[in-house]
Design a protein around this ligand. Structure first.
Ligand code: SF4
Ligand code: SF4
Length: 198
């Protein structure tokens, strides 16, 4: 099981700068067991949003956000999710990226994935539980885990035709992040930020 901890209100609000409406996804799997996606956690984040004039377009509580197929099935039937441009996650980083694998929306991580508890072995390829989640800045794609060099401030420059120099079967994760930053007009914001190496 992945233990999660809520980010500070300041960090959450900073990643929401310029947003006027969001859709919330909460995970009833691991995160609810960490009390970071239970009823009270949803109420707390909803209040923070309303206090800062950010409308909540809808809330979906998924059994386990990391179950990509089920998440896609459920969310494809949710009109408010379809309408939303920005999605806020009460889930671990894997849940964020599971939804990112079928959605181009802007993804905001509210929780830090802090540790893997003993209930299940680690099998995640999306999150290495660094404890200080940067998905809100990298468009919901984790370079710490998905770049073989764990580069968090841009690519190594070795990619060829968008493929990783270490594993040419895979896309360079920084090419994916760059394309999504461009699509969401967030390149300037990203380029002015230094991310401490995980
Ligand atoms: S930055 Fe990556 S490794 Fe760290 S918590 Fe987020 S998804 Fe996990
Ligand atoms: S090519 Fe891209 S994904 Fe591969 S090591 Fe370099 S930056 Fe990382």
């Amino acid at each position: 099981m992945i233990l999660t901890i809520k980010k500070s209100d300041e960090e959450i609000l900073e990643s929401l700068k310029g947003e006027s409406a969001v859709f919330i996804i909460a995970c009833a799997g691991c995160a609810v067991k960490s009390h970071t996606a239970d009823k009270q956690a949803v109420e707390t984040i909803s209040k923070l949003l309303s206090d800062n004039n950010i409308k909540v377009l809808g809330i979906e509580i998924l059994g386990a956000v990391c179950n990509t197929q089920k998440a896609q099935e459920t969310l494809s039937k949710n009109i408010n999710f379809q309408k939303a441009k920005t999605i806020l996650f009460l889930s671990c980083g894997t849940g964020v990226q599971a939804v990112g694998s079928f959605s181009d929306k802007r993804l905001i991580a509210v929780l830090n994935s802090a540790a893997i508890a003993a209930v299940e072995p680690s099998y995640s390829k999306f999150c290495s539980v660094c404890g200080d989640c940067i998905l809100s800045y990298t468009q919901g794609i984790c370079p710490k885990t998905r770049c073989p060099k764990s580069l968090v401030n841009g690519p190594c420059g070795g990619f060829v035709n968008g493929k990783c120099e270490i594993d040419p079967a895979k896309d360079c994760v920084w090419v994916l992040i760059y394309e999504k930053l461009k699509q969401n007009n967030a390149l300037d914001k990203f380029l002015n930020r230094f991310i401490e190496p995980r």
